[in-house]
Each structure stands twice: as structure tokens, then as C-alpha cells.
Design a protein around this ligand. Structure first.
Ligand code: UFG
Length: 322
């Protein structure tokens, strides 16, 4: 297939692009590099620097595109609370511009990076796709708004759409890994301590109703996650919008993650406990039963592999599959 990958210079986008190229797909990356890095675009992909509003239509109008993998987005929960307008404008407004460009150029297949944040505080776990979507921050609201737009767009314009609701993505793949600034995610922050870049890691909240009092999350390896995009591209059905959770189906507490990092790095990793971070649900664990049943997707890498690959990436190595 000939594919446009928006956000292909970012952490997840670079891994998705690498796997698409490996599978023999022709790939064009569109990224404004507001967060991504041009050097993260895998060799073999054509790179266009620009925004969705400015560049999606000119690129798609070149013709011959079979589909779009849409990962470009603002994705910091805390920032979204401070600047909700930015999140609705970039995530929803940018996607509407992309959908319009697709309609005008006759591209009828899209795989979208949605998020566990669309569910908000879950009524129970594991979370299934039919659970209520009550996002607690503008990031999740903007992604849910896109999911809603995709349902209508598929119905009205015959597009085949798939939304993948990512849980906590971690790890690295073939030299492509996480380089956020600022870094808010747990695993790179813990590994920064092991690497000597920070003295200790802060644990946000120890009084949650969980076995050890810290938040529980469902971590998924970025290489497993990327593989689901390839399956989803093959599963886009004209006129329909499918939504799938993407997680491993098992939860790990913040303390358990830190323990795995200690084991992998051999570093004691000092911890400072602090108050809860606003907006963090106590437990988020996916049911991945739907994507397993319908697309045959299955996570192959566990938390230990994620930490090992993230550590290799941070230490200058390449991560899984190198
Ligand atoms: N945490 C710490 N210390 C840190 C960083 C994080 O204790 O230095 C804790 C958080 O409070 C949370 C857990 O580690 O309990 C995981 O936090 P992350 O920031 O790594 O991930 P989140 O669960 O907050 O966020 C992820 C995605 C978001 C998505 C969200 C959905 O990264 O994009 O899940 O809830 F919106």
C-alpha cells in the first residue's frame, strides 16, 4: 500500500513507520516536528514537514494513496488541562482538516491513534470498548471527539476507519524510542535515575485503593502496538468505524514498574513519595479480547522486555529487534 503516516517523526509514529516499511509499504511521513524529531523518521520513508491543515491535502493530492495512519496529536494530559483550546484545535480541528483532505482526494481508509483517556475513571477493569466514555481531561475529550467524528465520517462518506485506544506505551524498537521534552512518563523517568540524569524518581500518590497504594497501569510494548496498526489497515471496512483497546490485559503498579527497572538496570533507583498527580485514575487495565478475536492481535512482549528495550535505547543501544 501507499500510506501517509501523520506524526511519523514521533515516538510511536517512527516505530509504526519502520514496521510499515519492513512490510513493504510505501510510506510518506507528515509531521510538523513540534514534538517529533526529523532524524527519527526511518530511512526509506519520504518526509514532509508541515501541519495537517497546511500539508495533508497537497500531499494526498499527489495521488495513489491507499490509506492514512493518523498519529499526529498533542498528547500531554497536564498541558491539555491548562490549554484546552489548543487540544481541541490541534487534535479535533487538525483531524477534521485531514478527513476533509481525504474526502477531496478520494482516500478512504484511516487508522487513528485513540487513547485509554477516552474512558476517564473506569467503573471497573478490565475496560471493554463498550464501557462508558467519560474523559476527565481535554486530551481525552479531544480524542473522543475524533472517534465520534470518525464514526459519522465513515457512515456519511463510506470511509473505513479503525481507532486504536492505546493504554500505556513503553519500550523501544530498532533504534526508535521515547525522547519527550518534558518527559512525563513513568518508565523513562525511572530509567533517567538509573542513567544518573536524576537523583530519584517521584511516586505520585501512595494512598490509592490498590494492593500497594500506587496507581496500576496496563503497559504495552511499542513494537506490539505498532503491529496492531498493520493489522488494522487490513481490516478497514468501507462505511464502518471499529474501535479496539490496545493493552496487555494485565496491570502493574508504579512500585512494581520501579522494581522491574531496578532488576533490569542493576541500579537501586531511589524513590521519593509525593502527593497524587491530578487526574490520575487509580487503575487502568485494558481488555484486549476484541482485537485478539477480530484481528488476531496478541501482545508478545512483557514489561521486562519493555524496560530492557527502553534501557538499551536510553543507553545508546537499539531496543528490540535490532
Ligand atoms: N508516575 C509517577 N512518577 C512519574 C511519572 C508517572 O509516579 O514520574 C505515575 C503516574 O502518576 C501514573 C503512572 O505513573 O500513575 C503512569 O504515568 P504515565 O505518565 O507514564 O502514564 P499515564 O497513565 O498518565 O498516561 C498514559 C498515556 C497518556 C494517556 C493516559 C490515559 O501516556 O497519553 O495514559 O490515562 F492519556
Amino acid at each position: 500500500m501507499r500510506l501517509l503516516v501523520t506524526g511519523g517523526a514521533g515516538y510511536i509514529g517512527s516505530v509504526v513507520t519502520a514496521q510499515l516499511l519492513d512490510a513493504g509499504h510505501e510510506t510518506v511521513v507528515l509531521d510538523d516536528c513540534s514534538k517529533g524529531h526529523s532524524e527519527s523518521v526511518p530511512p526509506g520513508a519520504r518526509f514532509v514537514r508541515g501541519t495537517l491543515r497546511e500539508m495533508a491535502e497537497p500531499v494526498l493530492a499527489e495521488g495513489g494513496f491507499d490509506g492514512v495512519v493518523h498519529l499526529a496529536a498533542k498528547s500531554l494530559v497536564g498541558e491539555s488541562v491548562q490549554r484546552p483550546g489548543l487540544y481541541f484545535s490541534e487534535n479535533l480541528g487538525g483531524t477534521l482538516a485531514l478527513l476533509e483532505a481525504m474526502r477531496r482526494t478520494g482516500v478512504a481508509r484511516i487508522v487513528f491513534s485513540s487513547t485509554a483517556a477516552t474512558y476517564g475513571e473506569p467503573a471497573g477493569v478490565p475496560i471493554v470498548e463498550t464501557d462508558p466514555t467519560l474523559p476527565t481531561n481535554p486530551y481525552g475529550m479531544s480524542k473522543l471527539a475524533v472517534d465520534t467524528a470518525l464514526t459519522e465520517h465513515a457512515r456519511l462518506h463510506g470511509v473505513g476507519a479503525v481507532s486504536l485506544r492505546y493504554f500505556n506505551v513503553a519500550g523501544a524498537h530498532r533504534g526508535y524510542g521515547e525522547r519527550h521534552d518534558p518527559e512525563t512518563h513513568l518508565i523513562p523517568n525511572v530509567l533517567a535515575v538509573a542513567a544518573g540524569a536524576k537523583e530519584s524518581v517521584s511516586v505520585f500518590g501512595t494512598d490509592y485503593p490498590t494492593p500497594d497504594g500506587t496507581c496500576v497501569r496496563d503497559y504495552i510494548h511499542v513494537a506490539d502496538l505498532a503491529g496492531a496498526h498493520l493489522l488494522a489497515l487490513g481490516a478497514c471496512t468501507p462505511g464502518s468505524h471499529a474501535i479496539y483497546n490496545l493493552g496487555n490485559g494485565s496491570g502493574y503498579s508504579v512500585r512494581e514498574v520501579i522494581e522491574v527497572c531496578r532488576r533490569v538496570t542493576g541500579h537501586p533507583i531511589p524513590v521519593v513519595t509525593g502527593p497524587r498527580r491530578a487526574g490520575d485514575p487509580a487503575v487502568l487495565v485494558a481488555s484486549a479480547a476484541k482485537i485478539q478475536a477480530e484481528l488476531g492481535w496478541k501482545a508478545e512482549r512483557d514489561l521486562s522486555a519493555m524496560v530492557t528495550d527502553a534501557w538499551a535505547f536510553m543507553s545508546g543501544g537499539a531496543g528490540a529487534g535490532a
